[in-house]
Design a protein around this ligand. Structure first.
Ligand SMILES: Nc1ncnc2c1ncn2[C@@H]1O[C@H](COP(=O)(O)OP(=O)(O)O)[C@@H](O)[C@H]1O
Ligand SMILES: [Mg+2]
Length: 353
């Protein structure tokens, strides 16, 4: 049982009904939702499109009023202005100014939080480094790809060093390498005590980053709990061993049948598609192969090349300690690379999970 003061977000019987032009109730986007999200948790709100995830997040953020029910954030009403500085938000759709560049965007949000100029500058550089946009810091956001917009959105969400981070579909539009790195970043932020609530319709994608998940369908919570409690198939045992010849497999079957145990399957374990993709890319990188065509997103490569064990972690450490960032590598010394380009010597692969 979690102590009440460890609960960062609580909703009780939360309901949101949208009305039509004639004020007739039309859609119940969220119905009787009860959530208790404890401090330091990565909580995944999962469900197909239209299941009420964004609506729930907007109510938690105080951007939308519930029709019924209660919502508390840090023990306070969600609409209270005093708690806003403790929350970071990455919205589903980019709402950033297309004519500002990445640096100007973060500077603007830093000012909204009244950060002094010097502190702002240091933080912006660290954030740009962390999300891999240092090379595009002076390109207009309107020219960014969807994945790059997610990155700048993430940097913006972290500008005020929030305790609670709310991410609406954080990996939407990202390639698997970038999504993996984003998830490592979320994991790392959580390790450092941040509470993260994220939504996703990519259920499998979120499996390895969430501590707890709630599965929403048509506005209702259909299942809730830790991943282990939801995913373990009770009453079954898996044994993983080296490949077996038919004779050995037959012997195992007969031992088990002597003990009245039914064998449902003996087969080779399968990788997740994500693990397969990451392995293929890393093998190609290890052979220092270049892709046939340049992807042309050199600016994000710096982020992708360094594993969380190294660069991301180091940058986060500095960010949370409020220290100044290391000097940026000069563009001349660091040639631009695309996503799948050969890694530099300091590359260490990210552990696939
Ligand atoms: N402002 C709105 N006005 C009317 N209906 C809305 C509004 N926002 C969301 N909805 C409806 O509420 C339901 C849940 O939407 P949403 O919370 O965006 O789902 P999700 O984020 O899970 O895709 C959908 O049927 C959607 O059409
Ligand atoms: Mg949504």
């Amino acid at each position: 049982m979690v102590a009440d003061n460890d609960i960062v977000v609580r909703t009780v019987q939360l309901t949101k009904t949208f009305r039509d032009f004639w004020l007739r109730e039309r859609i119940t986007a969220v119905r009787d939702l009860n959530l208790d999200i404890a401090s330091g948790t990565v909580y995944g709100l999962l469900g197909p499109n239209g299941s009420g995830k964004s609506t729930t997040l907007k109510i938690i953020l105080g951007l939308m009023f519930p029709t019924r029910g209660l919502v508390r954030v840090f023990g306070r009403p969600a609409t209270e202005v005093g708690i806003k500085g403790r929350i970071g938000f990455l919205p589903e759709e980019s709402y950033l100014y297309p004519f500002l560049d990445a640096y100007e965007t973060l500077d603007y949000y830093g000012r909204l939080f009244h950060q002094p100029r010097r502190q702002r500058r240091g933080r912006i550089e660290m954030l740009l480094d962390m999300v891999g946009l240092r090379g595009s810091a002076h390109r207009r956001i309107g020219e960014y790809s969807k994945g790059m917009q997610r990155r700048i959105g993430m940097a913006q969400a972290l500008i005020n060093d929030p305790e609670l981070l709310i991410l609406d579909e954080p990996t939407a539009g990202m390639d698997p390498m970038a999504a993996r790195q984003f998830k490592d970043l979320i994991h790392e932020l959580s390790r450092r005590g941040k509470t993260v609530i994220l939504s996703s319709h990519l259920l499998a994608d979120m499996e390895d980053v969430c501590d707890r998940v709630g599965i929403l369908y048509a506005g209702q919570l259909r299942a809730e709990g830790t991943l282990d409690s939801l995913l373990v198939r009770r009453g079954l045992t898996t044994i993983t061993t080296e490949s077996l010849d038919d004779q050995t497999a037959g012997q195992i079957r007969s031992i088990l049948s002597e003990r009245n145990k039914q064998v449902f399957s003996i087969d080779a374990p399968k990788d997740k598609l994500e693990a397969l993709f990451l392995r293929i890319v890393r093998e190609a990188q290890a052979r220092r192969e270049r892709p046939a065509q340049a992807v042309g997103t050199g600016e994000v490569a710096e982020f992708l090349r360094a594993g969380p064990e190294q660069k991301t972690r180091k940058v986060i450490e500095e960010l949370l300690a409020g220290r100044q960032p290391p000097a940026p590598p000069s563009p001349a010394a660091e040639p631009k690379r695309d996503v799948l380009s050969p890694p530099p010597r300091r590359f260490r692969p990210i552990a696939a999970s």
